[in-house]
Design a protein around this ligand. Sequence first.
Ligand code: PRP
Ligand code: MN
Ligand code: MG
Length: 181
Amino acid sequence: QSDVAGDLANILLTEEEISAKLDELAAKIDADYAGQDLLLVGVLKGAVMAMADLARRLHHPVQMDWMAVSSYGSGTKSSGVVRILKDLDADLTGRNVLIVEDIIDSGLTLSWLVANLRSRGPASVEIATMLRKPDAAKVEVDVRYVGFDIPNEFVVGYGLDYAEKYRNLPFVGTLAPHVYS
Ligand code: PRP
Ligand code: MN
Ligand code: MG
């Protein structure tokens, strides 16, 4: 097996750009939630990198919990039908919840998730996402913290996968055509 870097066509966001953006987002979150309870909810598996890197930049004493959902079924397009594969351990009653995601693509996963978490009686539910594709939106999702708006291209790295690969790349890029064939 050759180095995964050979599978990339173009680097969209470097490790340094991602790091600088995380510093910015963490400072905003610290300021916005000062003196308040905060529970970070990471969405497995894509959000693992964003969650780990964001959480360790916060000075705020947060708790971290995880959900796993499946939205794609057997196809490759998001259907809006979301299934909970792993639910939260935490009770959300009266909590300030901040969902941490790697990317908002169609918005279907998050719009479902926000509604689901809001039904559990939290004090608030907000979203922090590293990436967003405005041109791919099928539903509008109200996002409080966005890292980068990116073009409607298939990207991998920094948690994002293609067939479960490339999540561990520390940067975000597009795949070379030969990977798909
Ligand atoms: C990806 C991504 C987001 C979601 C965004 O997750 O991590 O969670 O899709 O797509 P949407 O806005 O069109 O709903 P995926 O379902 O591939 O699972 P994964 O995080 O385990 O890769
Ligand atoms: Mn995901
Ligand atoms: Mg995926």
